[in-house]
Design a protein. Structure first.
Lengths: 816, 713, 52
């Protein structure tokens, strides 16, 4: 129910029976069920639907709260789904009498949602079965295509408040994560062998005076060998491969000693068994690999299910409407070619760079450039792909195919592709660089030394050194620490793509921040009227004038000014792109851009600001300026960041906010304004060229390039289910002010890691001393290895949780 | 068609529910009776059929297989239909299952008082009934798997896994432990002997607890707890892990029942290790259960059914913690053979099984009759009186167990037993026995109140025999068999799953048989150990018939306190001809393994005779029931040759054709005893059971020459 | 003798079976939805309009 609890509750007049939202206006009353009131016709219809189908258990499950209903928008929006090609592209199975379709529905949030959606077949004729995968927010529908169309399904889902995500990415079939699957196989095999080896090991340990049965002993040893083979072959395969790969590049990575350790252990055990000189280390070896695999898996498995791999396709619509000799037809946007005429409706995204054919429109580029104010475009202007049309539907002529448009080319040009998956060398590798040669040297040295006296002893030393120095604990502490921290960060709404990101965060020295949407809240505007001098009745005049305007700024002004603006307007004229002229009570009110209002008047004031000037009877009364609201608690965050890191600000906006920013971040913070996406990418590259390791924090598509290029790209999203550009991490907007603390989680994990490394090195030192002295008893190593592994792992996890909770606490303090 | 109309079979559920209530009362009643028999021997009513040794098994069988058994079927038949969204596979099988099971129970109720028993705990029923059980179980199995196969819900909820595990394991356990060779319709000998038999028996015994009293109830918990609390189980993932680790580990825990026994050390320790490991999964289950209730504690306050569940789950936690503790050698050294064990067991049965069953009944009966519970007040009363009953019962027995255990081990400063007379340690705890009895009565009263409450609930209401519902049919198409709904492949293949479970159990059991089967390498055979004489063998069967092993162990453990009291500790090699073994599990009376050398062959025989006829005449204050009828009753010598033949087939080295010689030998030995008795002025019939029993008792443990004679009392 | 052979057979059989089951289940994405079923079982079945 969290979805609702933090929803801003307006004046508590009545609350909707369906969605529980409070609303102050005239409630809609159900015609069938007089006693219930609703906030909108949509909620009403869902309720009636549920009631009539006897699904009202839904409300019990949901404490009277349904998914809030978004007013049914024009069915036309889904018109494109009638296009067989497009509809088909959504189906995962298709036959004459049955089709299967899966949707991602981020809106589902509670057991009641599951109930409602799994009863979808009772709401809609023609649905055969509905199955929810809650953790993935997936709905799978089997339906009868003869009775039911994809469009109808989508529309009904939307009607009951679960609008499916339809975008170009949808029909890009998700490839199964082969790798982690193979890991699971390995875990399974390792786990199974380990388990049985342990069982077979027990009698050995337990029978002080032997099993007094050679038969059982033989049986056990044979089974041991059989069980260990898959472990040292299939399970350990990757270590050998990566070790060899490393050697090819003349690098001694961590996997070299591990591989050697595994093999040494294996052959030693084999030798002991065959020569009947001992019982080998089968269970230790099995356990070792089991834990190693577990660690690897944890490290890989992203515990949250957000997608970090968005590209422009997840942002652009699935289809758009092409106009062919006056008739509209839906077409997959990949098929748009220059010269096509497209129809883009209100709130829809321009699929490709195009020239505006209609007279004028408002374009909202906020998600593209970060510029938060709609800009007016006129016939002949270029509309960039990714912009959102506001106001009526417009026609435009396509200039470039979607794939080559201004923004999307970012993803398509080769240079950018290269940025993907830069190899970052992680901490364990860095350490093993030192560690491995040392171990090898010791092993060989020991061998050389003892070989003088006796060769068998020398071999034993060689082997035991490799065994005992096998840096498994070392290899394990990183994944376990990072995975734990990653989980804790997730609880703080900073979601990481994988634990490696933490390691990279620890080495950041420069923080690059986007302004709009990152430092500011896009959805919240502050109006500065300090430069406006109006008497109350003047205000009344202006308000009345604004009332008739559709321009977003006039609307804002209208909401901002006091009074009710009910004066009769005798004459009203809106000059496109400039402002409005109105005559009220014989007074001439001009509202609009500087140039428009101040024609022929002396120019002054700050041109940079997004400002609306006001004149009454040709006498300028000043202007109001609109600015985005800073996120609360930003000042403290800013100073902390500036203290610890080199901070750079890249804004797509004009520099009107520069002073304020300077004041917050201090003087040695570099700022660039009016940055295009490629500029931003450029700047990051420059910084990196100076040997800086950069954390890029930004939201819009226009940051996408930078986000990918930086060591760590952190996308800011108002809520994590919403679309955000490809990145290594997703940070919830409200948490931006906590960035400094969140970065501390990373630095802390590094500390933890250091402790653990010390520890495991300590173990190794002790073990080595035994080993080198040639007096390493099987028992010692049998105990040492699992012991070190387990202690290190548990310590890693323990510390991580401890430190994390301390940071959590410090954040809570800051909130107060 | 998207929807399918399905009709759930409620009548079968109701039948099992009624049976549960009926047998529950019966079983608990017998329990109360035997509880007080241990306080006042005259309550044995001086006839064989109501004597402790015979009706104690009646109690255990009634509560385990009749009460809990029917409750399991009730729960499974209800939940399985709803989880699979289909009716049971076959109504016919359902009814065969129901009536067959009740028939078996009746058969048990008749044969046990008649002394027809194998003497193996929880497996006392003789071979014809064993076969019947197997058949009915198969019927149940077919019905269950059939239902799963034709289900309309793709996913198999975790509860079903537990049900399947129960089905398979119990089958395997029952069969393996019931390998026996019939002598006649009412008598058979276990295939295994001595240590082997003990191992098999306790592998069975432990797992009977594990897979009859635990796994099915965990399944039921995972179904009824969420239903009653109206919230999903705390962690579904955990419940899946819980299942696998539990089923794998439980199997291995058997041998901890045989600590300090003649079982090879390492096999004992293996059992210990696994018992300890068991804490993890068991508590996983408990925590999962309790956490499911987090946030609805307010509901718990008003809903008595949830109260029952809370106590049930907590008891499960306590019992599964205590079990592993008992398997620790040093704890076991004290607790084994004492009343501590019944206490431990009853936490589980009264708390976990009893209370969970009550919760189910209070939930199901109103649902089946589509009505409200007659009285929530009475249910509440039931809860409280039941809980108090458990506390009385358990606390008293913990106290008694520890007290007696310590007294057995108590030495005087100058190295003599503080309480050489076993009776002293018995009279000491009689007050505890009384309190235990009271606890039992309270619990029984609670149960009676429930039965009344539920009868009133059903009265005048009509059973919804067939509950018609509309279910959604499972998807027919996999968009891509490799991806998507795979989650369920294992679950969707019940057959494969069943096989896997079987194999898991086999490997577990199998490894335990390592020592036992390899008799040669594990049991040092002792040359002086000879087979029983025909008369002794007959006497041994009297011992079994009267259930002497319910109160007397035949296993002296290697502690000074025991060798001092009973004599040389028992060697594995001494039991090689014991089909079945008679080690016993509880010492209400003293151990009897060395009793043979305790009383001189001459006058000793008279002592035994008198002691049997009236125990208190020989040992005042004894709790042992008198067995006067042994004097008259005929030991049926005619059967003995056949017994000899069977024994030889089982590997006991009786010479070829010895059976023809047997009767003559019996005559000789019997006459000897009769003559000795005559010296003490006792006229005894050679063919009487008394004579045979004396012969057996005097033979006990005399094969190896004990170093020192144990001090006379 | 044959007991040990038997036991080895069994244990290896188990090994085979478990690996088979495990890999098969992973391959088919066994461990995908481990939450929804626990909620699904709570929903009461839709009673059929009983027409007498």
């Amino acid at each position: 129910m969290a979805a609702y609890s933090d929803a801003p509750s307006k004046v508590a007049a009545s609350s909707c029976f369906h969605c529980g939202n409070q609303f102050s206006y005239q409630p809609i009353v159900s015609t069938l069920f007089k006693d219930k009131v609703f906030c909108c016709t949509g909620c009403k219809s869902v309720y009636e639907l549920l009631e009539e189908k006897g699904l009202c258990q839904y409300y019990d499950l949901n404490n009277n709260q349904g998914q809030s209903f978004s007013e049914m928008r024009s069915d036309l929006r889904f018109g494109f789904l009638d296009e067989p090609a497009i509809a088909k592209s959504l189906l995962s199975f298709d036959s004459a009498e049955q089709a299967v379709l899966s949707f991602h529905l981020p809106q589902m949030h509670c057991s009641a949602c599951i109930y409602l959606l799994e009863n979808f077949h009772r709401l809609v004729e023609g649905v055969l079965a509905a199955r929810v995968d809650f953790p993935r927010r997936q709905l799978r529908l089997d339906f009868d295509p003869r009775i039911l169309s994809v469009r109808k399904i989508v529309e009904t889902l939307t009607a009951i408040g679960y609008e499916p995500q339809l975008n170009m990415a949808v029909n890009q079939k998700k490839a199964v994560d082969k790798e982690s699957r193979h890991m699971l196989y390995r875990i399974g095999i390792a786990g199974f062998c380990f388990g049985n080896l342990m069982l077979l090991g027990f009698p050995e340990y337990l029978a002080e005076d032997g099993l007094n049965s050679p038969m059982i002993e033989r049986a056990i040893s044979i089974l041991n060998v059989l069980l260990i083979v898959p472990v040292v072959t299939y399970v350990s395969k990757d270590y050998y491969i990566s070790a060899l790969a490393g050697l090819k590049q003349k690098i001694l990575n961590i996997d070299v000693p591990i591989s050697l350790g595994i093999l040494a252990l294996f052959f030693q055990s084999l030798y002991e068994t065959l020569s009947a000189t001992g019982s080998g280390y089968y269970d230790s070896l099995g356990g070792l690999l089991f834990f190693l695999m577990l660690g690897k898996y944890l490290q890989r498995k992203t515990f949250n299910r957000l997608s970090f791999e968005h590209d422009y396709r997840s942002f652009f619509p699935l289809a758009s409407i092409k106009i062919v000799n006056g008739k509209e037809e839906s077409i997959n946007i990949t098929q748009l070619v220059p010269g096509d005429y497209v129809l883009v409706r209100n709130e829809e995204i321009v699929p490709a760079d195009a020239v505006l054919v209609s007279d004028k429109t408002l374009m909202d580029y906020s998600f593209v450039t970060g510029e938060s104010h709609p800009v007016e475009k006129f016939r002949g202007d270029i509309l960039f792909a990714g912009g959102k049309v506001i106001g009526g539907a417009v026609e435009a002529e396509v200039l470039k195919p979607a794939s080559q448009s201004y923004l999307t080319q970012l993803w398509n040009d080769e240079a950018f592709k290269k940025l993907v998956d830069q190899p970052y060398q992680n901490i364990t590798d860095r350490i093993s660089k030192v560690f491995t040669p040392l171990v090898l040297a010791l092993a060989i040295g020991g061998f050389a030394f003892w070989s003088i006296s006796s060769l068998p002893l020398a071999i034993r030393v060689l082997v035991s050194v490799l065994i005992i120095a096998c840096p498994c604990a070392l290899a394990l502490s990183a994944p376990f620490t990072y995975s734990t921290m990653m989980h804790r960060l997730g609880l703080q709404h900073l979601y990481l793509k994988n634990p490696d990101v933490i390691d990279r965060l620890t080495r950041i020295d420069t923080v690059v921040l986007d302004k709009t949407g990152t430092l500011t809240q896009t959805d919240l505007q502050t109006i500065d009227s300090s430069k406006l001098f109006l008497s109350d009745e003047d205000k009344e005049l202006v308000k009345s004038a604004c009332r008739n305007s559709t321009h977003p700024l006039s609307k804002l002004l209208y909401q901002y000014l006091p009074g009710n603006g009910s004066k009769k307007v005798d004459l009203f004229d809106e000059i496109k792109g400039r402002g409005i002229l109105a005559i009220i009570d014989g007074q001439e009110v001009t509202i609009g851009s500087r140039t428009f209002v101040m024609e022929g008047l002396p120019q002054s004031g700050n041109p940079g600001l997004t400002a609306v000037y006001i004149a009454i009877n040709n006498e300028v009364r000043g202007y109001v300026s609109f600015t985005n609201a800073w996120r609360s608690g930003l000042e403290e965050a800013a100073s902390l960041l500036a203290a610890r890191y080199r901070v750079v600000i890249l804004s797509g906006d004009n520099d009107s906010e520069a002073p304020r920013l300077r004041q917050m971040f201090g003087t040695n913070t570099v700022m660039y304004f009016n940055q295009s996406p490629s500029d931003k990418l450029q700047k990051i590259q420059e910084l990196q060229a100076q040997g800086r390791r950069v954390l890029m924090v930004g939201d819009g598509l226009n940051d996408a390039g930078a986000l990918k290029k930086a060591e760590v790209g952190m996308a800011v999203a108002e809520d994590s289910s919403q679309f955000s550009p490809a990145s290594d991490a997703i940070l919830e907007g409200a948490k931006v002010p906590f960035l400094p603390v969140l970065l501390q989680y990373a630095t802390n994990s590094r500390k933890i890691l250091r402790n653990n490394l010390m520890m495991s090195l300590g173990y190794n030192a002790v073990g080595l001393s035994f080993a080198l002295s040639g007096s390493l008893s099987p028992l010692v190593s049998a105990i040492m290895m699992p012991l070190s592994t387990i202690t290190v792992v548990s310590l890693a996890v323990g510390q991580a949780h401890y430190r994390a909770s301390r940071l959590d606490a410090s954040m809570l303090k800051r909130k107060k | 068609m998207a929807e399918l109309s399905v009709s759930y079979d409620n009548r079968i559920v109701k039948n099992f529910a009624v049976a549960t209530m009926l047998w529950g009362i019966v079983g608990m009643l017998v329990g109360v009776v035997i509880a007080f028999q241990l306080v006042e021997p005259s309550l044995n009513l001086g006839n064989p059929y109501t004597t402790y040794g015979r009706i104690r098994p009646l109690h255990t069988n009634a509560v385990i297989f009749a009460f809990v058994g029917n409750a399991i079927f009730m729960g499974i038949y209800y939940s399985l239909q709803r989880l699979c969204k289909t009716r049971m596979f076959s109504d016919l099988l359902s009814n065969i299952h129901f009536w067959g099971w009740q028939l078996i129970i009746v058969a048990a109720a008749l044969t046990l008082p008649l002394g027809i028993t194998t003497s193996k705990e929880y497996a006392e029923l003789e071979w014809p009934i064993d076969i019947a059980i197997t058949l009915i179980w198969v019927v149940f199995g077919i019905n269950m798997i059939g239902t799963i196969l034709k289900r309309n819900e793709k996913h198999m909820y975790v509860a079903i896994w537990f049900y399947i595990a129960t089905l398979v394991t119990v089958a395997v356990l029952h069969i393996v432990n019931s390998f026996e060779i019939p002598v006649n319709l009412f008598k058979s000998y276990s295939m295994y002997a001595g240590v082997q038999d003990a191992l098999v028996q306790w592998w069975y015994g432990h797992n009977a607890v594990a897979f009859f009293l635990t796994t099915p109830y965990l399944g039921l918990m995972y179904y009824f707890l969420p239903k009653l609390a109206d919230r999903p189980v705390y962690s579904y993932r955990l419940s899946i892990i819980h299942f696998w680790s539990l089923i794998f580990l439980y199997i291995w825990a058997g041998p901890h029942h045989l600590l300090y026994s003649a079982l090879p050390d390492w096999a004992q320790s293996l059992g210990v290790v696994f018992s300890i490991m068991l804490i993890a999964p068991s508590w996983g289950g408990m925590i999962n259960g309790l956490l499911t209730l987090r946030g609805v504690w307010d509901k718990v306050r008003e809903d008595s059914r949830l109260k029952f569940l809370v106590v049930a789950i907590t008891s499960y936690g306590m019992a599964t913690f205590e079990g592993p503790m008992h398997s620790l050698k040093n704890v076991n050294a004290l607790s084994h053979f004492t009343d501590w064990i019944p206490a431990h067991v009853h936490v589980g049965t009264l708390g976990w099984n009893g209370f969970l069953t009550f919760a189910m009944l209070y939930y199901l009966i109103p649902k089946l009759f589509n009505t409200k519970l007659y009285s929530e007040k009475l249910a509440n009363f039931h809860f409280w009186i039941g809980t108090i009953g458990i506390v009385f019962w358990v606390m008293a027995m913990y106290w008694a167990g520890v007290t007696q255990g310590l007294m057995w081990k108590q030495f005087t400063p100058d190295g003599y037993l503080m309480y050489p007379n076993f009776l002293d340690t018995v009279t000491q705890i009689i007050p505890m026995y009384i309190i235990r009895g009271i606890g039992g009565v309270l619990y029984l009263v609670g149960a009676l109140v429930m039965v009344y409450n539920l009868i009133m609930t059903m009265a005048g209401k009509k059973l919804v025999a067939n509950e018609n519902v509309i279910v959604q049919v499972a998807e027919k198409h996999e968009e891509n068999p490799k991806v998507g709904y795979g989650h369920r492949v294992l679950e969707r293949k019940p057959v494969l799953f069943t096989v896997l479970t079987t194999v898991a159990i086999l490997i577990g059991g199998a490894v335990e048989f390592f020592p036992a089967f390899l008799v040669k390498s594990n049991i040092p055979t002792i040359s002086s150990v000879k087979p029983y004489s025909p008369l002794e063998l007959t006497g041994r069967d009297v011992y079994i018939k009267e259930g002497c092993n319910s109160c007397h162990s035949q296993l002296v453990r290697p502690f000074r306190s025991e060798t001092e009291r009973y004599g040389e500790y028992s060697k594995a090699g001494e039991f090689v001809y014991d089909h079945p073994f008679l080690w016993g599990s509880k010492r209400t009376g003293p151990d009897l393994h060395r009793v043979g050398s305790k009383y001189p062959s001459g006058s000793g025989r008279a002592w035994h005779y008198k002691h049997m006829v009236d125990p208190r005449s020989m040992s005042p204050g004894s709790l042992m029931p008198p067995y006067p009828w042994l004097v008259e009753s005929d030991a049926k010598w005619s059967v003995t040759p056949n017994k000899i033949r069977v024994m030889r087939n089982l590997g006991v080295p009786y010479p070829e054709n010895y059976e023809h010689q047997a009767l003559a030998d019996m005559k000789v030995q019997a006459d000897g005893i009769v003559a000795d008795l005559a010296l003490s002025g006792i006229k005894a019939k050679p063919e009487s059971e008394m004579v045979a029993l004396i012969a057996y008792l005097q033979r006990l443990g005399t094969d190896i020459q004990t170093k020192k004679e144990t001090a006379q009392r | 003798m044959e007991i040990i052979a038997f036991l080895m057979g069994v244990s290896l059989l188990v090994a085979g079976f478990f690996l088979y089951a495990f890999i098969k289940s992973v391959k088919s994405g066994q461990y995908e939805d481990d939450y929804t079923p626990s909620v699904r079982m709570l929903f009461e079945d839709q009673a059929e309009e009983t027409n007498p």
